[in-house]
Design a protein around this ligand. Structure first.
Ligand code: MSP
Length: 533
């Protein structure tokens, strides 16, 4: 993919780098699926995409978890990190870079970056006193804590008192510059509610924060003082930069930033908002580097209306879910059923109902019955109707002609649910159209031309729907395309972008009778509700 022509627009995006204290949970899968949809859509537009993901492996939280299991932090991180790689494969994620923060190349870059911030005189030695939440890897203000010195995000754990010498970053110096950034680039933080949260936080006044730890071996040594290791958050954010290095390139900041910087989009959950929208731009300013374009913040997932957690025993294992229902089903549910940016819920009965209604019934049956009619009434050939013969006001064509633009807008705004719903409206209109037109009666009346026009319009609408849904359900879309006679697999990025570019395939009227239809087969098998539900 790196050989694609240089005039193409580039798009670099990131997921958070996930902690390796445990195997991936549904929250990590959620952001990564969303990132993959964005990446795939950008690829359809013909852009060069770099999707970055990876694991955040240093710090006290990982060191303690490994120790409690009698493991070395490195071997434990190796095992957990591999769990992420294999889940991304199961979920059909097309990532381009997987960065591990324990890689020596990352360490080299972090040291170089630290030095730059040091030279800007933004680092000084001071005394850190405060409450530390190891699970968040963050100092908390007394007023933020729950009773009994518990962290609101980890209420089953007590925060720990720290009083130690740390190196500090002069965040306070960047207060006005940050305010200016949020003002001049209102789209920097999305959605709006999160932007307001950050504005309130910054307007209250920013305090310097500590960026080193003493007595913590599992980290990258501070270049100017090896008794300290660099604070895991300071270091992990730089993983977004190290990930940009080509595999055999010398690990220098200059090399890393040469091609893909600045990042176009960071996708994160709401608990790591401040790190990405306050600390991260400030340290980049200090190092004199351009800032990312946009940070989009999604909500939290609950299960059956309750917060998920090990203590509640209601976690949702993404591996089990994919193995049971398949990757397209999981991707579709989370992207179609939850408004990206808001909290959302997983409920198994709803999950099954949505998939059966949308994929098995609306989309799957429509394709299947139409293909069977084409077999019966048109000798299995795509009707020889041309797009021009169908008037602009034709009910499906009229929807189809506007659809590409609407869906593009929705994907670009990360309104995945809106994208899916808009596409589904064409599918539903097609079902209604076929029922109203009743091609089986037209056939009996000998109105062959009318039959062919109806079937062409429906097949073409299914094709367009499959194309536009391909970032979300790439396997099903590929299956539909192949049944419609295309040699296109939406999992083969480059080939698809060339053979089926958005500018052509994203509009209505592409099917021709030059293509040979494939054998009709169900694209999504109805899921039966578990018996005890
Ligand atoms: N290591 C840091 C990120 C460093 S980025 C340079 C981290 N890792 S994490 O593994 O704890 O969290 C990763 C992401 O999962 C965060 O965006 C977080 O918001 C998200 N989620 C954790 N639980 C979640 C839900 N229940 N629902 C949705 N997302 C949630 O933070």
């Amino acid at each position: 993919m790196n050989q694609v022509n240089k005039t193409q627009k580039t798009f670099a995006l990131t997921t958070p780098l996930y902690y390796v204290n445990d195997l991936p949970h549904i929250g990590s899968a959620y952001t990564t699926m969303a990132a993959d949809v964005v990446g795939r859509f950008q690829r359809l537009l013909g852009h060069r995409v770099l999707l970055i993901t990876g694991t955040d492996e240093h710090g006290q939280k990982i060191q303690r978890t490994a120790e409690s299991k009698g493991r070395s932090p490195q071997s434990f991180s190796d095992e957990m990190s591999a769990g992420f790689v294999s889940l991304w494969q199961l979920l059909n994620i097309q990532y381009d870079r997987f960065i591990r923060t324990t890689s020596p190349r990352h360490e080299a870059l972090v040291k170089e970056f630290f030095q730059k911030v040091w030279e800007s005189q933004d680092i000084y030695l001071g005394q850190q006193k405060g409450w530390y939440c190891v699970s968040c890897e963050e100092f908390k203000e007394e007023r933020e804590l729950l009773e009994g010195h518990r962290c609101p995000l980890h209420p089953n754990k007590e925060v720990e008192w720290r009083d130690e010498q740390n190196y500090f970053f002069r965040l306070s110096k960047y207060q006005e510059k940050l305010q200016e950034l949020y003002k001049s680039r209102p789209d920097f933080i999305q959605p709006e509610s999160r932007r307001n949260e950050v504005l309130n936080f910054v307007n209250q006044g920013l305090q310097d924060f500590s960026i080193s730890r003493v007595n913590l071996e599992w980290g990258i040594p501070v270049p100017v003082d090896p008794n300290h290791t660099i604070y895991v958050w300071f270091e992990a954010l730089l993983g977004y930069v190290s990930a940009l290095l080509e595999p055999d390139e010398e690990p220098t900041l200059e090399n890393a930033l040469a091609k893909w910087w600045p990042i176009n989009l960071h996708l994160i959950g709401k608990d790591i908002l401040r790190f990405h929208t306050v600390y991260w731009p400030a340290i980049l300013m200090s190092a004199g580097k351009p800032l990312p374009d946009r940070v989009f913040v999604h909500g939290f997932l609950t299960k059956d209306g309750q917060k998920m957690g090990k203590s509640l025993g209601n976690t949702l294992d993404p591996v089990v879910l994919v193995e049971r229902y398949g990757s397209d089903a999981v991707r579709y549910y989370f992207l179609k059923e939850i408004e990206f940016g808001k909290d959302g819920d997983f409920n198994e009965s709803r999950f099954i109902n949505v998939l059966n209604a949308d994929l098995a019934n609306d989309l799957g049956n429509l394709l299947n019955r139409t293909l069977n009619m084409v077999k019966k009434y048109c000798a299995g050939n795509i009707p020889a109707v041309t797009n021009e013969e169908i008037p602009l006001e034709h009910s499906l064509k009229a929807i189809g002609l506007r659809l590409g633009e609407q869906v593009q807008y929705a994907y670009e705004a990360l309104a995945f649910n809106q994208a899916c719903e808009t596409i589904l409206s064409l599918v539903q209109a097609s079902n209604k159209f076929i029922d109203e037109q009743a091609p089986w009666s037209l056939y009996k009346q000998g109105q062959q031309q009318a039959v062919e026009k109806v079937l062409y319009a429906v097949l073409e609408s299914v094709r367009l729907a499959a194309y536009l849904l391909s970032p979300v359900i790439p396997d099903i879309s590929s299956d539909i395309y192949q049944q419609l006679g295309f040699d296109i697999n939406f999992n083969e990025q480059l080939k698809t972008a060339i053979a089926a570019p958005f500018a052509i395939h994203g509009t209505w009227g592409v099917l021709t009778n030059q293509q040979k239809l494939g054998e009709p087969r169900p694209i999504f098998k109805r899921i039966e509700l578990p018996k005890n539900d």
